[in-house]
Design a protein around this ligand. Structure first.
Ligand SMILES: *Cc1c(COP(=O)(O)O)cnc(C)c1O
Length: 402
């Protein structure tokens, strides 16, 4: 059976080294070798998070880390500012509400990025707010927010800043310490090139008084337990041993390619994808598009759900449609993690074919040509990803990708 070509913003394709690590014999988590491995991977995660502060590893999907942030930082009746603008931004609001936190929302239209001045205004109108929750890359709309500007505001306010970088980490710049972000959360199945199952969160010095004071119900995700265990390079509950072993393999690739280089690769793929959409006469959805995912409006007269289904049926290329109220109205191409420029080109071919089949005239090869022109400005098309690199197009492989 042919492998699926995943161009989705999670799960993303797994590098062979990660797949190999997942097939290794299990080790026991309360052993010296595991503790050494755990310590090493968390050190690597600090580089990925661009922080010198501790990074915690949880077993769960990314939302588990989001819930961890809410229950540890806030008590029922506390006030928090939540920046809206997409399905994942709304998750912060839902989580806060689930735990009885009073939410002041900063409204942002789907497709827009937040204007940092709106956050300043919200902090002024809600001086008792203990936290601001926002999203680096809003995966549902393809928008990247200006976290640096938001952090410049929260740094001098009593509120801590919590950023969902579940899809943004390793595709968008995320300078946790340099920008002054108090807590960053991520998950394993996006830029980290792992299966789903691990979640991570960084904790700066300003969060600990809140964590100590929180009266929210918490047990599995009580960060005080994780902090205590971390002193011994340990976890309070059974660690996701095989996933941690795979994380070690993924981090070796990430550190070899380099965090800034990995982000640049995503940026180049995003630019190539945007150029291809323009060549097809399609309109982008995000007004401030990120590097990790490109959201495109489904053209009039085309059924968006049929489009993504047809791409899969004909070419085994899996892209993402729209979520919630955006279902059928947009489609999304991811360019993060192990997705390679070559994969993007294969995806664009599949898109052209499906559009043509659904009655939208396209100039065959136009998308690929526009994308290749952008990619040619960077280094080679590279190996790895879902698809083997075509030899004619591959002058040099990406470092860290074999
Ligand atoms: C994927 C994603 C999530 C949800 O993560 P899960 O691992 O599915 O829990 C949250 N926020 C953003 C921005 C995401 O991209």
């Amino acid at each position: 059976m042919k492998d699926d070509i995943l161009l989705t913003p999670g799960p993303t394709p797994l590098p062979p080294q990660v797949r190999e690590a997942l097939g290794q014999p299990i080790m026991h988590h309360r052993t010296k070798p595991f503790r050494a491995l755990f310590q090493k991977t968390l050190q690597g995660m600090r580089t990925a998070f661009q922080t010198a502060q501790p990074v915690f590893c949880l077993t769960g999907s990314g939302t588990g880390a989001m819930e961890t942030a809410v229950v540890n930082l806030l008590s029922p009746g506390d006030e928090a500012v939540v920046v809206l603008g997409g399905k994942f931004a709304e998750r912060w609001q839902e989580l806060c509400q689930a735990y009885g936190v009073t939410v002041a929302t900063v409204p942002v239209a789907y497709g827009d990025a937040v204007d940092p001045r709106q956050v300043a205004q919200a902090l002024k109108s809600h001086p008792k707010a203990k936290a601001v929750f926002t999203t680096l890359l809003e995966t549902s709309t393809g928008v990247v927010n200006d976290i640096q500007a938001i952090a410049a505001l929260t740094r001098n306010s009593p509120a801590v800043l919590v950023v969902d970088a579940i899809s943004g980490l390793l595709s968008e710049p995320c300078q946790t310490d340099a920008w002054g972000v108090d807590m960053v959360v991520t998950g394993s199945q996006k830029g980290l090139m792992l299966p789903p199952g691990l979640a991570f969160l960084s904790a700066g010095p300003r969060v600990w008084p809140l964590i100590e004071a929180s009266k929210s119900p918490r047990y599995y995700y009580d960060l005080r337990l994780y902090k205590k265990a971390l002193a011994d390079d340990d976890t309070p509950f059974t660690a996701g041993v095989s996933l941690v072993m795979a994380l070690d393999a993924a981090l070796q690739l990430i550190l070899k390619e380099g965090v800034p280089q990995m982000i640049q690769r995503c940026e180049r793929m995003a630019k190539a994808t945007r150029a291809a959409m323009q060549a097809l006469g399609l309109e982008l959805f995000a007004k401030r598009p990120g590097n990790g995912v490109t959201a495109v409006k489904v053209p009039d007269g085309v059924d968006g759900k049929k489009l993504t289904a047809l791409m899969y049926e004909r070419s085994r290329v899996m892209i993402a449609g729209g979520q919630g109220q955006m279902a059928g109205k947009i489609f999304r191409f991811a360019h993060m993690g192990f997705i390679s420029p070559q994969d993007i080109l294969v995806g664009l071919d599949a898109l052209e074919q499906a559009l043509a089949e659904l009655g939208r005239p396209v100039q065959a090869g136009a998308a690929r040509k526009a994308a290749e022109a952008v990619l040619a400005r960077g280094s080679g098309l590279g190996a790895g990803g879902n698809c083997p690199a075509p030899t004619a197009l591959s002058p040099e492989p990406f470092s860290g990708r074999r």
